[in-house]
Design a protein around this ligand. Structure first.
Ligand code: ATR
Length: 276
């Protein structure tokens, strides 16, 4: 008997603009798999009911996006270490009747830099702008890759302090300021704030203080070249945009649901970049 057609989902609210269906549908076609990946609009009050419905086995698993990542963290039966430390779940799957949750954003962040800036993780000092949910995934990845001095820089100092305390002795908290003194010996600068999204104003930051061999990356990918990346490029610094993080974070879920480890190719990147 042929195996049942596997179905996966992405749930969020709103969901119409999610790029995940494009990524997974591309991979399903590329690997000639008879599965599906569907966008499901789940309103904030309906997430628990949606999760309960998963027990029926209609889906093998799926992705969770805004505003449900924290609710998914609370709801799953099992969490992996990344989900536990990041405090949010973006990937679900059913295994032995239990709902498992992972967070693949840290993996996606690191894999994007592995692809576009090989050797990036040999560096010791990183500066991370922002202290929200997105920052947590980046901090987890930097710790896992052995960074020894990770400076969390935030507009609201107290949020940075809380994160630094939680993540451990390699982390320190700093006030966002234009002075740039924190940047003088940084090998990596990461923006995790929403500033720059849709071409908004730049962060107050003394980019000129970064060493000439520093790498600058932004997890925002709309636009592909954020004001921060544009400024870094004008200064002659190496930059990596955030689109690759989106593409790479999708891979572990696809592999789990459909049994094939998918490749992030230039073709996939061009496909998704076409409507940014
Ligand atoms: P996310 O889960 O996407 O990280 P968040 O928890 O709302 O979202 O965090 C947004 C981050 O962007 C925070 O670090 C925020 O700084 P505050 O903690 O001071 O709010 C930062 N941020 C948002 N708008 C900003 C701005 N105009 N200037 C500087 N930082 C900003």
């Amino acid at each position: 008997m042929p195996e049942a057609r596997r179905r996966a989902f992405v749930c969020g609210h709103p969901i119409a603009h999610s790029r995940s269906p494009k990524i997974h549908t591309h991979w399903l076609a590329r690997y000639r798999l008879s599965g599906s990946y569907e966008a499901v609009d789940v309103a904030p009050g309906d997430f628990e009911a949606f999760v309960s419905s998963l027990a029926s086995g209609a889906f093998v698993g799926g992705n969770v996006t805004l505003p449900h990542k924290e609710a998914a963290f609370r709801t799953v039966d099992r969490r992996d270490d990344a989900a536990e430390r990041i405090g949010a779940v973006n990937t679900l799957w059913l295994e032995d009747g239990l709902l498992h949750g992972s967070n693949t954003d840290a993996y996606g962040f690191a894999a994007n830099l592995d692809e576009h800036a090989p050797g990036w993780a040999h560096a010791g000092t990183a500066v991370v702008l922002g202290a929200g949910g997105a920052a947590r995934a980046v901090l987890y990845a930097l710790k896992a890759r052995g960074f020894r001095d990770i400076r969390i820089v935030n507009r609201t100092l107290e949020r940075a302090r809380l994160l630094a305390r939680e993540f451990g002795p390699a982390f320190s908290a700093h006030q966002l300021a234009a002075t740039g003194e924190l940047l003088g010996d940084a090998a990596l600068l990461v923006n995790t704030t929403s500033v720059g999204m849709h071409g908004e104003a730049e962060l107050p930051l003394g980019l000129g203080h970064l060493p000439d061999n520093a790498l600058v990356t932004d997890i925002v990918y709309v636009p592909l070249e954020t004001p921060l990346l544009a400024a870094a490029r004008r200064r002659g610094l190496k930059t990596v945009d955030g689109l690759g993080m989106l593409l790479h974070q999708a891979a572990p879920g696809f592999e789990r649901w459909f049994g094939v480890k998918p490749e992030v190719t230039p073709e996939l990147r061009a496909l998704v970049a076409a409507d940014i």
